[in-house]
Design a protein around this ligand. Structure first.
Ligand SMILES: [Mn+2]
Length: 326
């Protein structure tokens, strides 16, 4: 091993970091225990489990201040779930939560804080991305979206085999789906397809492959990650989104990770990102200095083992905020 060569090869500079990476800022934590996007009621306990995993103090330990903590109210609906095609379940309730969440996320960005939304199922991204979108739209600025998921989340009521809205939020954000969701805040799409990447997919409904293909977003399957590595994949996401954006929203479904590492999710799927791949992806995005808003979703404490997935979720928030090993 030649240490000096290794050092120059990595391009790592010694001494203190400068510029954007060194700038510490404030974070707004938004707890959204939304459970109406699917039949897995345990996701409503996600925010509580992350609090138990010391979310606030772990963020503060990085030098950030926690500006505000906000609880989004979720209707206490007991829903009798049936798999049914050509519908979308609980749309009025999800639209109501989405609107409240959008307002909270937009206000967090307006306050010059990083908006971190803790779920809750992935249908909450309809609201968080609407808030992010509205913020940049008012400023005539652009933003990018990197979506981590085992699934495509790009179904519409016309293609969904289940009617579960947590399988639809990417489609909704791109402007396809139930109008009560796509037209939230009065316009669509919330994000442009040429600013959007999807990473880690491996469990797609048949129609979803075609939908992804037709969508114009940049998709990476787990095979792509295996073949090219998470570093190249992440760099290609950033290249695709472009350097003329003013922010990047990260929507991280914990089921993108391998269930051996992240068992506490609603819909697990083997062959996912490893512990280090997940962290490295978020560290690289944070290095861009562009991450202004983050969702961490689908934590399901009812399926977790000794709260390990909640602790992992908190560590991932730290990486997305720029925690580095050195
Ligand atoms: Mn998802």
């Amino acid at each position: 091993m030649s240490n000096s060569k290794e050092t120059s090869k990595t391009g790592r500079k010694s001494g203190k970091k400068s510029g954007k990476a060194a700038r510490k800022r404030a974070v707004t934590l938004i707890y959204c225990p939304l459970h109406l996007g699917g039949p897995h009621a345990g996701v409503s306990m996600g925010p509580a489990a992350m609090k138990v995993a010391r979310l606030v103090s772990k963020i503060e330990s990085l030098g950030f201040t926690v500006h505000k903590q906000i609880d989004i109210e979720v209707p206490d609906v007991l829903y009798w779930w049936e798999k049914s095609a050509r519908v979308a379940h609980c749309v009025p309730e999800i639209a109501e939560v989405s609107l409240a969440l959008a307002r909270a996320v937009e206000a967090a960005l307006e306050a010059d804080t990083i908006a971190v939304t803790l779920g809750g199922d992935h249908s909450l991204a309809i609201g968080s991305i609407a808030g992010v979108s509205n913020y940049y739209r008012k400023r005539k600025e652009e933003f990018g979206l990197v979506w981590y998921d085992a699934h495509g989340d790009i179904n519409t009521p016309a293609t969904s085999p289940s009617g579960n809205v947590h399988g639809m939020p990417l489609a909704v954000s791109l402007g396809d789906g139930d109008e009560r969701l796509t037209e939230l805040l009065g316009y669509k799409p919330k994000v442009k397809n040429n600013r959007c990447a999807l990473v880690g997919v491996r469990d797609l409904d048949r129609a979803e492959c075609e939908l992804i293909d037709a969508s114009g977003i940049l998709p990476f399957s787990m095979r792509d990650v295996d073949e090219h590595g998470i570093v190249k994949v992440t760099r290609e996401c950033l290249d695709f989104i472009g350097d003329d954006v003013d922010g990047i929203h990260v929507s991280f479904d914990l089921d993108v990770m391998d269930p051996d590492v992240a068992p506490g999710v609603s819909t697990d799927s083997r062959g996912g990102l490893t512990y280090r791949e997940s962290h490295l992806a978020l560290e690289l995005l944070a290095d861009s200095g562009l991450v202004r808003s983050i969702d961490i979703v689908e934590l399901n404490p009812a399926r977790d083992v000794r709260n390990q997935t909640a602790e992992l979720a908190v560590e991932l928030v730290q990486s997305a905020l720029g925690k580095n090993i050195l």
